[in-house]
Design a protein around this ligand. Structure first.
Ligand code: GDP
Ligand code: MG
Length: 146
């Protein structure tokens, strides 16, 4: 079933991580991967791709009615992204904790050790993505893989 894409053997979970265009162009890919591996995640799949507008609109469909949606689509299609499936115990919540809050400018103050504080800029250009629940992880993993 689809939700089984986010669950794995030994009680592990899988989540979808993306290094967004600002992270890739800012040369943060290797730092982010180093943090991922040092934090105990296994990188099960990875894919570098330049997303087209239709893919971004479908991936972020939950935000399609928001005023920032056109800007988000422009941002996410501005250059290549690195998409990864990460696996470990509690992968979904632990990856969200590592990346920090959505607004990278606030993360720099409140979560200075987070990935978004390290390589993000603001509420939109925040360098990385992480699935926010078991259902989203399954949907997002199946969007790009398997
Ligand atoms: P996330 O789960 O922390 O990535 O945040 P959301 O799911 O709420 O939003 C998805 C992405 O849209 C964020 O990571 C940002 O890149 C962007 N975004 C979210 N909220 C805003 C906003 O209010 N303004 C702008 N310009 N971009 C936003
Ligand atoms: Mg989200």
């Amino acid at each position: 079933s689809i939700s089984s894409l986010a669950t794995a053997d030994l009680g592990n979970e899988r989540t979808l991580a993306i290094v967004k265009p600002d992270g890739v162009s800012g040369m943060y890919t290797s730092s982010v991967k180093k943090i991922i591996l040092e934090s105990g995640f296994a990188i099960q799949r990875e894919l570098t791709v330049h997303l087209d507008e239709d893919s971004v609109r479908r991936f972020y469909a939950e935000h399609s009615t928001k005023s920032f949606f056109p800007s988000l689509v422009k941002y996410m299609t501005s250059g290549p992204v690195l998409i990864m499936v990460l696996e470990k115990t509690n992968a979904i919540a632990d990856w969200r904790a590592l990346i920090g809050p959505t607004d990278a400018s606030k993360a720099k103050v409140t979560h200075p050790d987070s990935i978004r504080a390290m390589c993000g800029q603001d509420l939109e250009r925040n360098c990385v993505h992480g699935s926010d629940s078991l259902d989203s992880a399954a949907r997002e993993i199946s969007f790009f893989f398997y």
